[in-house]
Design a protein around this ligand. Structure first.
Ligand SMILES: O=C(O)c1cccc(C(=O)CC[C@H]2O[C@@H](n3cnc4c(=O)[nH]cnc43)[C@H](O)[C@@H]2O)c1
Length: 221
């Protein structure tokens, strides 16, 4: 099978940020022509550009943004999985003396992107069936990794119920929306959202959770 045929058969575009995440997803999915798994880079701009470019080349039915992420305390522990019930650009807006104003209130579109609920919920069930704890909750997209308890608290009160933060979901969702393709986001949790302690990030545990989530994704799609 040549590259052109492979692309035509791909129906689901999975976008990760880095190669280690792509490899975890590839291990979970195994060999399947229905999935194209690509590295899109770190941050929402890189992933939006990479996702839009790929979507313009092939015929895809679903975009899946997958990677590691930070978990909010008491919502998502390290080594668990979070499937986004919605994707929220949590720092896209304006500061004011009365607090942060999301772009929705500024009148420039929405910081909230809907995810494909039926598929997301089936993935939640498939992850649970593998004995892995999974949350179905808002996932925040941030430009800066949260590094203090104060910012973690601000974000949690800005978006009640948020379970995780990462840096790409909103970018993937913006590209998918432009191309009229549904989107979902899945995160394996590597660290707690809060005071920065990079040495405490448990990347291997998060990548194992991501691998299991990718296997669940394959079962469902
Ligand atoms: O060092 C490694 O081996 C390694 C392997 C896989 C991924 C990484 C990354 O650092 C990926 C960067 C990626 O991580 C997401 N992320 C993770 N935790 C958070 C967080 O607390 N807040 C925001 N983003 C987080 C993010 O989406 C980055 O793209 C390293």
């Amino acid at each position: 099978m040549n590259n052109e045929q492979r692309l035509e058969e791909a129906r689901c575009l999975v976008v990760t940020s880095v190669e280690a995440e792509r490899e975890a997803v590839r291990l979970g999915i195994g060999e399947s022509a229905r999935f194209r798994v690509m590295v899109g880079g770190v941050g929402q701009a890189a992933v939006a550009a990479a996702t839009a470019a790929e979507l313009s080349k092939g015929s895809y039915e679903l975009v899946v943004n997958m990677g590691i992420g930070g978990g909010f305390r008491e919502a998502a522990e390290i080594g668990t999985v979070v499937v986004a019930s919605e994707i929220v650009a949590a720092d896209l807006g304006a500061e004011s003396k009365d607090g942060f104003i999301l772009i929705d209130e500024l009148g420039f579109g929405s910081a909230r992107m809907a995810t494909e609920a039926a598929i997301s919920k089936r993935i939640v069930e498939a992850v649970q069936a593998r004995g892995i704890t999974v949350a179905y909750a808002p996932v925040l997209t941030v430009t800066t990794v949260t590094g203090t308890a104060e910012t973690a608290q601000l974000l949690a009160s800005r978006i009640p119920g948020a379970a995780a933060e990462a840096m790409e979901g909103y970018g993937a969702a913006a590209a998918a929306k432009l191309m009229q393709v549904p989107v979902i986001e899945i995160r394996g949790i590597s660290n707690a959202v809060g005071p920065r302690d990079r040495d405490a990030w448990r990347i291997k545990d998060a990548l194992l959770a991501l691998e299991a989530a990718a296997a669940a994704l394959k079962e469902v799609i």
